[in-house]
Ligand binder design. Structure first.
Ligand SMILES: [Zn+2]
Length: 85
């Protein structure tokens, strides 16, 4: 029996179909502009890649026009990340 892996959009919960090519991976990082300066938040996105979609800190976003902006808006409102902006 083959092992079937499924992913769902972290915003709308849509299941990713094998043939769907308009999905994204997104995650948050921090960077230091210079030594001693306060860290800044960074949001990164890349086109979908199944091998790179397993990390616990990676969010999965479908191609719907509302999901990516909604996720980014949620990041900017979250207290942990907003404290870094
Ligand atoms: Zn979605």
């Amino acid at each position: 029996m083959a092992w079937a892996e499924t992913f769902h959009c972290d915003v709308c919960n849509k299941e990713k179909r094998e043939e769907a090519e308009d999905w994204w991976r997104a995650w948050k990082e921090t960077l230091s502009p210079a030594e001693g300066e306060r860290e800044q938040a960074v949001i990164k996105m890349t086109p979908w890649h199944g091998f790179l979609a397993h990390s616990a800190d990676v969010r999965h976003l479908c191609g719907r026009a509302v999901c990516t902006p909604s996720w980014i808006a949620g990041c900017s409102r979250s207290s942990a990340l907003a404290a870094l902006f």
